[in-house]
Design a protein around this ligand. Structure first.
Ligand code: GLC
Length: 487
């Protein structure tokens, strides 16, 4: 960007394929829905662009929010075809949101099972529509902040525009990696199918072991790369954690940083959470017992003081199911109860379901996502279990800390930055290191010991509940990063 920027609030457009409360698959949605409004409170003019997947516009209307249709559509040319979307605007939690409405592109599933030149088009369109948005919204950002592979074509396309000195190129870009395991990899010929010459100078960066890799192109082309915790920022630059991109990330390490996620502390607040049977706080913890009783009732369990370990989240390999499932029998023998809410890979759903049939008194599984049940799991459990293989940040441990439910975690990624073992000065949980069944079982045994010691337990709960997990910690770091890009 040439010359000095005019004064006034920094203008930043966030783009994300999912954003709560509009659409949600995983933690990306929570961040895309809560970071931009938090940044607005830190005086950046942040706005959000996201697709109106099936049902999204209706649910916005049901919530009583006003939707305005912009008079011009957003357009992008892909494969010699003009794709168009109606753009709706609403203001949610103080945040202006632009929703792309094109039923042929944004239907009822967000991520396709297989990525190919056709199934990737919605994401290509989302990225390119961001460049067309200023003409529709009559608002032009200075920075475009892209989230995950589904928005990765944008920095690459911008670099192309810049190369040809196209006027659309005068933005700075930030690319946030929420999960390096998903890179948007598809056949190399897709580029040609989209009308992009495979050897085009700046897009050559998309080549990846004979395939096209959208995220790789974004890492090369964007002005800054962030990821969602400081530890993960280091891990992705190692061969063990780099998912094939460690070398590239090391070569651009000057523009990589790790900024810890926050949570929406107004939504996740045990003192006012309307989905709980009773509210509570560190000062007045009585309600937590009522939540525990209600959880026991939901599972059909009598109260016999056995510790309850909650798990809420996607049942995928990343979350540690390969070490959890073989540990279940031992955990049950040790006297644990497991309250599991989530869905994901069929083999893990099946194995958990079988465990619930075999040990109905100790294992409860709800397959699917149920918001009130998830809140009850956070509030009513004694512990929250996250044996993740890797964890870019993790939001569940932050929520469980705030809800006075002691996290038991593997020390990796964002878990290592937020949960500290009870022996240490800032101890707020139980931590283990090795990704093995044995290490998990040992950590759970230590948690059971804590459970029996009322004083130790209370100290951990209080330490967890008093910390600040809001975006107020990280929003100023993003604001500084944006400012540095415009200097
Ligand atoms: C992804 C990661 C998770 C992170 C979230 C939000 O879901 O797996 O660790 O907290 O994105 O950044």
């Amino acid at each position: 960007m040439e010359g000095k920027r005019k004064t006034g609030a920094l203008k930043v457009l966030h783009i994300s394929p999912e954003a709560a409360p509009f659409s949600k698959v995983g933690g990306l949605a929570d961040v895309a829905g809560s970071l931009p409004p938090a940044l607005r409170r830190h005086s950046a003019d942040c706005r959000l662009l996201t697709p109106a997947w099936d049902g999204v516009l209706d649910s916005i209307r049901d919530q009583g929010l006003q939707l305005t249709r912009l008079s011009r559509k957003a357009e992008a040319v892909i494969r010699w075809r003009i794709y168009r979307a109606t753009v709706w605007k609403c203001v949610a939690d103080g945040l202006p949101v632009y929703l792309l409405d094109a039923p042929d592109l944004f239907g009822n599933t967000i991520y396709p099972r297989d990525l190919d030149p056709d199934t990737a088009i919605p994401f290509l369109f989302l990225s390119l529509a961001a460049l067309d948005l200023p003409e529709t919204a009559l608002w032009k950002p200075e920075i475009i902040h892209c989230h995950d592979w589904a928005t990765a074509p944008l920095p690459a396309a911008l670099q192309w525009h810049r190369y040809f000195r196209h006027s659309r190129g005068d933005y700075r870009t930030v690319f946030t990696i929420h999960n390096l395991a998903h890179q948007g990899v598809l056949p190399l010929m897709s580029l040609e199918e989209w009308g992009i010459e495979a050897d085009a100078r700046h897009l050559g960066a998309m080549e990846f072991f004979g395939m096209a890799n959208l995220m790789k192109a974004a890492l090369v082309a964007s002005d800054a790369i962030t990821t969602v915790s400081p530890t993960y920022a280091g891990e992705i630059q190692t061969d063990a954690g780099g998912e094939g991109l460690a070398g590239l990330l090391r070569s651009v390490s000057f523009k990589v940083s790790g900024i810890l996620n926050g949570i929406d502390v107004n939504y996740w607040d045990p003192e006012s959470d309307a989905l709980l049977p009773a509210n509570y706080s560190a000062k007045d913890p009585a309600g937590k017992k009522i939540c525990r009783t209600s959880l026991l009732e939901k599972a059909g369990w009598p109260d016999d003081e056995r510790p309850i370990f909650s798990i809420v989240g996607r049942m995928v390999e990343q979350k540690g199911f390969p070490i959890l499932i073989p540990a279940l029998e031992t955990l049950v023998d040790l006297g644990c109860r497991l309250f599991i809410v989530g869905s994901g890979q069929p083999e893990y759903e099946y194995a958990c379901g079988k465990a619930a049939e075999r040990w109905p008194d100790s294992v409860f599984v709800f397959s699917g996502y149920d918001e009130p049940l998830a809140h009850l799991a956070y509030a009513g459990g004694d512990f929250f279990l996250m044996p993740s293989r890797f964890e870019p940040c993790g939001l569940s441990q932050l929520i469980s800390l705030r809800y006075g439910t002691i996290p038991v975690v593997r020390s990796v990624g964002g878990l290592a930055d937020t949960v500290f073992d009870f022996g240490s000065p800032r101890g707020n949980g139980v931590v283990f290191h090795d990704y093995t069944v044995q290490a998990l079982v040992e950590a759970v045994s230590r948690a059971i010991t804590v459970h029996r010691d009322e004083r130790a337990r209370e100290e951990l709960v209080l330490e967890g509940m008093k910390a600040n997990y809001s975006w107020d910690r990280s929003a100023p770091i993003y604001a500084r990063l944006y400012a540095s890009l415009l200097q």
